[in-house]
Design a protein around this ligand. Structure first.
Ligand code: 0RA
Length: 655
């Protein structure tokens, strides 16, 4: 999912003694309430959860600085979120002079934008950075916030209301209940700010993030407690192995190539790296990059440096061990990365986040650092672990052979297309328009549904290609096999932009909407997943251009009088029942496209005036690829449990 990020914080070194005077002061909180999106990305659910990340990141910073071993996140029954840590406690001493004279440091941290330890604190060598817009932003967007600080045996408390207004000065409320220092921030998100999607936190979203934080911060204890009505849950994450455990966790559902996880770390002046990697017997690569604890889904310099060195180290080893003969070509990076799971986490000052979603690390200096360290440390690891190293080489050689086979298969398809001239596949019912911008191609599962779709279409702009899903469905194999499938060949010819990652040209595509129309059952979602993986792998520009869609045939039907009414999904059904409280007729759960006649298929699913389409983005297509590796992997148990878990709402299988 695309996450919009706020401005990265900068880190400067300052004086050795940290006191209130060191906290720099920029501005009040009004701008935050005026333009919340600027600070937390959005005011939807993403933005709401951003408030938690913001507060937690402060505690994580305290942990990174070596002062905190446990962070507890509690979702309270009254809708608030509490983040508690056993760090040093936010300073409470009053400002001796200046515009904030007399105010406590705590109050300034919570009421002044960009104030905080990150700007000048000696203890904060490396900052969480990206989320570091400051906890004052959380205060600004909360209807109430309570800060409780334990320092040197005393409990301090200060409360804020209505977007960060202090209710009173900081108070000493007695002795600390426990002997340790620490900070607790309890905030109530302002429902007026988060009006569009509400203020209810989603436990699963929080859990996922907290688990990642625990993996990235070895040994840090991260406790989650859900105390909300009907939700009771308590989970503790703590990993002695850190990112080694992270890699094992990512590979649990897969069959690993060997048991060991390679890992190394390094640091130089202002930057550090930690890398862990392992291969599985699958075909996909998963390199997960982090910079200062922030996920860099678009990659960046750290990941580039890692990939470059990995390619060179493995080739060097392959040559010297005889795994690769003298006359054979070098292995490509993609061959070596097949089945690789890796965590590349770096910490640095002033991280530059670039790219569409500000999730790509731009600092050039980190590339050579990661490359240099990987070159020496990974080579050492391979020399010390020859059994594992030889397996890596063997797998990469097999991947290279498969790559060459796939290329030959693509060339064969291309030659065939060229021989038959502009000849379109027999199965394709093309549209009359020759303008790609208003042409749509429906890929329809099954010949019979294909026939109905032909009747239902607008022949001017809508083309139909029936595809027999079963054929794809049974193949547990690489994409090169998929290319040998005649249905897929027809698809390539119909789209007309070529095939393969280097050659595909979206500007030659004959349709700017390619719409997958499959049944709402397990087979249907399997086919969707396969096709999405195919587009992601072989026609990625189609996905990047937003040309790939998923049709949304209705899930339910019911009768109103003599008329059949179709309802898109569960929420449409609920809305319908709310509007028709006396409706007694049953609801049918629609499984197949075959249950509708052509008029119904047209109005519910195909007619551009009345249908809804899901546009597929790159991350969703990438996720389909992950799902495919679970569906097609050798681990029967996780495949079974995955299908069972997702069978209730088969649409989940897509994303
Ligand atoms: C600035 C200085 C010091 C601690 C902190 C900030 C701090 C901030 C947060 C936010 C959440 N938990 C936190 N824990 C600590 C150090 C003050 C000193 O020298 O004692």
């Amino acid at each position: 999912m695309a996450v919009t990020k706020a401005k990265p914080a900068s880190v400067k070194s300052g004086s050795a003694t940290y006191a209130a005077k060191d906290i720099q002061v920029l501005e009040g909180l009004d701008p935050v309430r005026k333009r919340p999106g600027m600070y937390i990305g959005s005011t939807g659910l993403n933005g709401l959860h951003h408030l938690i990340w913001e507060v937690v990141d402060n505690s994580v910073d305290e942990a990174m600085a070596g002062f905190c071993t446990r962070i507890t996140i509690t979702l309270h029954e009254d809708g608030s979120c509490e983040v508690q840590d056993n760090g040093r406690g936010i300073p409470v001493d009053p400002y001796p002079s200046g515009p904030h004279k007399g105010k406590s440091a705590l109050e300034v941290v919570l009421t002044v934008l960009h104030a905080g330890g990150k700007f000048g604190g000696e203890g904060y060598k490396v900052s969480g950075g990206l989320h570091g817009v400051g906890v004052s932003v959380v205060n600004a967007l909360s209807k109430k916030l309570i800060a409780e600080i334990d320092r040197d045996g005393t409990r301090f408390k200060q409360e804020f209301v209505d977007g960060g207004k202090p209710k009173s000065k900081i108070q000493k409320v007695g002795a600390s209940p426990s002997k340790t220092n620490g900070t607790s921030i309890t905030f109530y998100p302002d429902p007026e700010i988060f009006a569009s999607e509400g203020v209810e936190f989603v436990a699963r979203t929080v859990l996922e993030r907290l688990q990642t934080i625990a993996f990235l911060n070895r040994d840090l204890e991260v406790v989650f407690e859900d105390k909300r009505a009907g939700k009771k849950d308590k989970v503790t994450y703590q990993y002695k192995g850190g990112i080694i455990d992270f890699v094992k966790h990512l590979n649990v559902s897969r069959e690993s190539l060997f048991n060991k996880v390679a890992s190394y770390e390094a640091s130089e002046s202002d930057q550090t790296l930690e890398i862990a990697l392992q291969w599985n017997t699958g075909y996909y690569e998963g390199i997960y990059g982090y910079a200062n604890g922030i996920s860099t889904i678009e990659g960046g310099m750290h990941v580039e440096g890692f990939k470059t060195a990995l390619t060179s180290v493995v080739n060097k080893y392959a040559r010297s061990s005889g795994g690769l003969k003298e006359k054979e070509e070098n292995l490509l990076g993609e061959d070596i990365r097949e089945g690789l799971t890796a965590i590349v986490t770096v910490k640095l000052r002033e991280p530059q986040f670039e790219g569409q979603t500000k999730a790509k690390l731009g600092n050039v200096s980190i590339r050579s650092f990661v490359q240099k360290e990987t070159n020496t440390k990974l080579e050492e690891w391979m020399l010390e672990n020859p059994t594992e190293a030889n397996r890596i080489v063997k797998k990469a050689v097999a991947a290279a052979q498969a790559r060459i086979a796939a290329k030959n298969a693509r060339n064969a398809v291309r030659r065939k297309t060229a021989l038959s001239g502009a000849g379109m596949p027999d199965k394709l019912k093309d549209c009359q328009s020759a303008n790609p911008a208003d042409s749509e191609l429906f890929i329809v599962e099954g010949d019979s549904a294909g026939g109905t779709a032909v009747d239902a279409r607008d022949p001017q702009t809508q083309a139909i290609l029936p595809i027999r899903g079963k054929i794809l469905n049974v193949e547990r194999a690489r994409l090169d096999k998929m290319l040998k499938n005649t249905e897929v060949q027809a698809l390539i010819t119909a789209i007309g932009g070529g095939v393969g990652n280097d050659e595909f040209a979206a500007e030659k595509a004959r349709y700017h909407k390619v719409i997958i129309l499959a049944d709402a059952d397990v087979d249907g979602s399997h086919i969707r997943t396969l096709l999405l993986t195919f587009f992601y792998r072989q026609m990625r520009p189609m996905v990047e251009s937003g040309f790939i869609y998923i049709a949304q045939p209705p899930l339910f039907s019911t009768e109103v009088g003599k008329e059949k009414t179709y309802l898109k999904d569960e929420s449409a059904k609920e809305k319908f029942l709310a509007a028709n409280p006396n409706h007694k007729k049953e609801f049918q759960r629609l499984k197949g496209l075959g249950e509708m006649d052509w008029q119904e298929l047209r109005s519910t699913t195909m007619d551009s005036a009345t249908r809804t389409l899901l546009q597929v983005n790159v991350e969703e297509a990438a996720e389909a690829e992950n799902i495919m590796s679970v569906l097609m992997g050798d681990d029967v148990e996780s495949r079974k449990s995955f299908i069972q878990k997702n069978a209730r709402d088969v649409r989940n299988l897509d994303f």
